[in-house]
Design a protein around this ligand. Structure first.
Ligand code: HEM
Length: 441
């Protein structure tokens, strides 16, 4: 690697160190490349990714600056957003900007509040039971299976039922195929991508049309919610295209992120039988063989710590990037207008000043005492500030239902010699899946 010496620009602001090579590493394993950059250059470094200057920021104070204190200076107008995500989610929550974003977020936020989410606990349990029935077959036949893939199916079932209720049962296979193919292709100009987008659009607009003809009356699912809410100022309902964009945002943002989180959780647990034993003891004590319900969640203290620590090491949204509107000063460094700034939960969660022995899997980092001393922005699996994940409680609820339900019934083991390779696409996946065997308890 080579760097330029820091020059002084604009008064006493410094120029960030510049790493001028690396395009190949950036494509091959961008998360590891980022980690290497932070280890060699520190908390701020300029690198070459796109025509505009790009900066990797790796300090919690910088995270706070970009996502919270000076959040208005940072938009989502990045290559990933404009080129890839917006072709799927249009002007939905995930990719829209103000003033539309604020208006939509205000309208949708209440439905992701913990009290409302309680409505989804039953469907989460039910979908998990369907997955467990498949695990039973694998166990009976001693057949290895890809648990990462199983988690994809499960979280897609959950989010699509939360969105459309049980209307999806017949469509779930097609929805799954379309969503997964598009995420894998990640190139909106490809024909197959466009075909899958059309399949999904037909399904979503079909649901909207059917619901208009036969409304539910009460609110049974998120689609009812999107169709029944009214804008405060105008009293108007959301248009079909906007409903479609919000549905797509929730499908895309809510499915793969959660599936990867769970996949990595199983991977870590398979390597830490002592942690599994401690979870099992907690489950026996709190649940005594029952399914978990929302009143149990606060009691599953150790399980919650394990989930948090797993998202520290494997944050599914491994990179969060923004476009700089006007020149800025971050920690004494000059950031020009029109730049890209990248924040990486993957590297931030491994910052040795905030996470001693960063590669070690240690759920005890998340005791209440430890959490009280942590820098608030050193741990951002769900982002931070106004654009923080709307589905964080939804995802945590899925995890705290699925983890106990699986461990109450099965022992999981990694298939020896199967390669586990971190693959940082839009989310952090396991490139060759995570192959496991299950035995019934
Ligand atoms: C463990 C699972 C999840 C992870 C790690 C995750 C992570 C994130 C992160 C980091 C952001 C902020 C991105 C940014 O600032 O650029 C975000 C935004 C978002 N997430 Fe999640 N997410 C998860 C689950 C979910 C679920 C289950 C849903 C919905 C059902 C969801 C819906 C969204 C939406 C709509 C946004 C955009 C919010 C806005 O800009 O207003 N996510 N997510």
């Amino acid at each position: 690697m080579n760097s330029e010496t820091n020059g002084i620009v604009e008064g006493n602001l410094q120029k960030a160190p510049f790493f001028s090579g690396g395009a190949r590493e950036l494509v091959r394993a961008p998360h590891r490349f980022f980690l290497q950059l932070t280890q060699e250059y520190g908390d701020i470094v300029q690198y070459r990714a796109t025509p505009e200057p790009a900066y990797l920021l790796n300090h919690p104070d910088f995270v706070k600056h970009v996502l919270v204190s000076n959040g208005r200076n940072y938009t989502k107008e990045t290559h990933l957003n404009k080129y890839m995500l917006q072709s799927l989610t249009g002007q939905g929550l995930l990719t829209s900007e103000n003033p539309l974003w604020r208006k939509q977020r205000r309208l949708i936020q209440p439905f992701f509040h913990r009290s409302y989410l309680a409505n989804f606990a039953d469907l989460m349990v039910e979908a998990t039971n369907e997955t467990l029935a498949r695990f039973d077959t694998y166990a009976a036949q001693n057949e290895p299976f890809d648990i990462a893939n199983e988690m994809m199916t499960l979280t897609l079932n959950i989010v699509s039922r939360a969105l459309f209720g049980y209307d999806t049962t017949q469509q779930s296979h097609r929805i799954g195929e379309a969503v997964n193919t598009m995420i894998e292709i990640a190139k909106p100009k490809r024909r197959r991508f466009q075909e899958m987008l059309q399949v999904l659009d037909e399904i979503v607009f079909g649901f909207i049309q059917k619901r208009r003809q036969q409304p539910h009356g009460e609110q049974r699912d998120l689609l009812d919610m999107l169709m029944q809410v009214r804008y405060e100022d105008s009293g108007e309902a959301m248009g079909d295209q906007q409903i479609r964009d919000e549905v797509m945002s929730l499908l895309i943002a809510g499915h793969e992120t959660t599936a990867n989180t769970l996949g990595w959780l199983w991977y870590l647990l398979a390597q830490h039988p002592e942690v599994v034993a401690q979870i099992e003891a907690e489950l026996d004590l709190v649940l005594n063989g029952r399914f978990p319900t929302i009143t149990d969640f606060p009691q599953l203290v150790y399980s919650n710590k394990v989930i948090k620590e797993s998202m520290r090491l494997y944050p599914s949204a491994w990179s969060i990037s923004r476009h700089t509107v006007a020149d800025d000063d971050i920690g004494g460094y000059h950031i020009p207008a029109g730049a890209i700034v990248a924040l990486s939960p993957y590297t931030l969660h491994r910052h040795p000043a905030f996470w001693p022995e960063p590669e070690k899997f240690d759920p005890e980092r998340f005791t209440p005492e430890q959490e009280a001393t942590q820098h608030r922005y050193a741990y951002i699996p769900f982002g931070a500030g106004a654009r923080k994940c709307i589905g964080d409680q939804f995802a945590l609820m899925e995890s705290i239902i699925i983890l106990p339900m699986v461990l109450q019934k099965f022992r999981l083991n990694l298939v020896p010699d199967h390669p586990i390779e971190e693959h940082a696409l839009v989310t952090l996946r396991a490139k060759h899946g995570i192959m496991m065997t299950a035995t019934r308890k």
